[in-house]
Ligand binder design. Structure first.
Ligand SMILES: [Zn+2]
Length: 222
């Protein structure tokens, strides 16, 4: 009986210390700068971060299959022209690619992307968020010293062609004078911190099947 109690205590302690949750880090100023760089000319885009939603999805804190990526994206919160940034613990799958070096995955095009919270909070966090957002805006990979290189490389450059392509995305809104993109962060947790209504999954974007991803390892270029 005593041994069983100890075991239960140990199990209880293990579960308590294993409670996990993503966390949100978004540097709106840095994102604004990336989407207002010179290649955007007279049409800079303002990144507008809206309300955060918390989703209790303990099975999706560590994503290892593309089915789980799709399951997460099916939770889309809000209208189709609001991008959801999902923050989880780890991701190692995106589309047909399985690799532990993956730190983010975004629909291309689409309105959902997911990142590792720990990586998003690091010094290349804005580069990661901007890269995945650019996938949502329709951009594919473009190897080199650019934002759309498939690896985090310290560069956030977008070409004029890419800037024009971004402007053709339905995610970019305007009033004839200003341009902006609305983004709502989604925090994925193992258990609720506050009671929230369960959101209804959006079916609007389920037809979007292609994905872009980014690796954390930088390439050494000669
Ligand atoms: Zn990518």
């Amino acid at each position: 009986m005593k041994a069983l109690k100890s075991l239960l205590l140990i199990v209880g302690f293990f579960i308590t210390t294993q409670a996990k949750a993503g966390f949100i880090t978004i540097n709106e100023t840095q994102l604004d700068a990336i989407f207002s760089q010179p290649s955007f000319g007279s049409r800079p885009i303002d990144i507008r971060i809206g309300e955060t939603t918390e989703l209790v999805l303990p099975n999706l804190l560590d994503i290892t299959t593309n089915a789980e990526v799709n399951e997460l994206f099916s939770m889309h919160v809000g209208f189709f022209n609001i991008v959801n940034f999902y923050f989880i613990d780890t991701i190692s799958a995106c589309g047909s690619t399985i690799n532990s070096g993956i730190v983010g995955c975004g629909q291309t095009p689409g309105n959902n992307f997911v990142v590792e919270s720990g990586y998003a909070s690091g010094s290349n966090g804005s580069e990661l968020l901007a890269h995945e957002l650019a996938h949502n805006l329709g951009l594919h990979h473009n190897s080199g010293n650019t934002l759309m290189d498939p690896r985090i490389n310290g560069f956030t450059t977008l070409t004029e062609q890419e800037a024009n392509s971004i402007h053709s995305s339905s995610l970019v809104q305007d009033n004839g004078l200003d341009y902006w993109i609305n983004i709502n962060p989604v925090l994925v947790v193992a258990s609720a911190s506050i009671p929230l209504p369960v959101p209804e999954p959006s079916t609007l974007m389920l037809f979007l099947l292609s994905f872009g991803f980014i690796f954390k390892n930088a390439i050494n270029r000669k």
